[in-house]
Design a protein around this ligand. Structure first.
Ligand SMILES: Nc1ncnc2c1ncn2[C@@H]1O[C@H](COP(=O)(O)OP(=O)(O)O)[C@@H](O)[C@H]1O
Ligand SMILES: [Mg+2]
Ligand SMILES: [Zn+2]
Length: 268
């Protein structure tokens, strides 16, 4: 039935009648029939209204799921960490430091829950501590919570980020340098991992890094900094200015001061 027939019917230009309908799921409903000048049925609205509404809701849900899936794919989380969540973090693996691990996990989670609000302040955090303490695990869990809350996000190691930007200089890549920078500057949340992993970046690399961090800072976009160097080295690596910006707006440094006992056990 055409839209114009329905409009004409609604304006009262076409006679209508109703007949009882039956939906296998929702039971009785009313079918509206539109009648031609000779009284014959020229069209009808024979769909159960509840079925129509259910279909609309299901469509909307699958559209949202597809949107989440796309934002997660764009976040570029390495396969190894894609399954990391807050609930798969086990504080007991920190042995007698389990209470501290549980507290740190709670703090990262509550930071992540607050991310929509942090977009108004640019509030960032740093996760520092030795290797194998689940810093990347919890940073990815936070990123996933950001995605669930409708935000855009990106995961990158400092090394990959710099390589991506540098890669636009010397070969005919498909990205311009500005586009490459935008990959790290525009997402609502950036997880910047393995900061300071190579002893000391070149001045040029540090300049690139500072430029990205600065851009995010100016645009109130939160960043999760992840590093396995201590705070003094991190301060040296990032520079005092970047670190003081991190501490702005209630930004915090969370120290992962324990060892993964499962990993230790496995190594022995
Ligand atoms: N307490 C924990 N609970 C669950 N998984 C953990 C825990 N500690 C470490 N892991 C796992 O061990 C591996 C190493 O952790 P990772 O997050 O890479 O550590 P880091 O980034 O601190 O070096 C990851 O696969 C992570 O999921
Ligand atoms: Mg890591
Ligand atoms: Zn129905």
């Amino acid at each position: 039935m055409t839209g114009s027939t329905i409009l004409a019917a609604l304006r009262g230009e076409i006679d209508q009648t109703t007949v009882p309908g039956h939906c296998a799921v929702h039971g009785e409903f009313v079918i509206r029939q539109f009648l031609g000048s000779d009284g014959s049925v020229v069209g009808e609205l024979a769909r159960c209204a509840q079925c129509a509404e259910d279909a609309r809701v299901a469509d909307e849900k699958s559209r949202q799921a597809e949107d989440r899936r796309k934002r997660f794919a764009d976040a570029d989380v390495p396969l190894r960490f894609r399954a990391c969540t807050f609930s798969s973090f086990d504080p007991a693996r920190a042995g007698d430091q389990a209470p501290m691990a549980a507290t740190v996990c709670d703090e990262v989670r509550s930071y992540a829950r607050g991310l929509p609000g942090h977009l108004k302040t640019g509030r960032s955090i740093a996760l520092i501590g030795s290797t194998g303490t689940a810093k990347t695990h919890l940073a990815v869990a936070a990123l996933k919570l950001a995605i669930l809350q409708g935000l855009t996000a990106r995961y990158a190691t400092v090394g990959d980020m710099i390589a991506t930007i540098r890669g636009t200089w010397d070969r005919d890549g498909d990205l311009t340098e500005a586009q490459a920078r935008a990959l790290f500057q525009t997402p609502d949340l950036l997880v910047l991992d393995e900061i300071g992993a190579e002893q000391k970046g070149s001045d040029h690399e540090l300049g690139l890094l500072a430029g990205i961090i600065d851009h995010r800072y100016r645009n109130l976009r939160p960043t999760i900094f992840v590093s396995n160097v201590g705070l003094p080295e991190l301060r040296k690596y990032l520079g005092e200015r970047v670190l003081s910006r991190l501490m702005d707006n209630g930004g915090r440094v969370l120290t992962f001061r324990w060892q993964d006992h499962r990993a230790n056990g496995a190594r022995r």
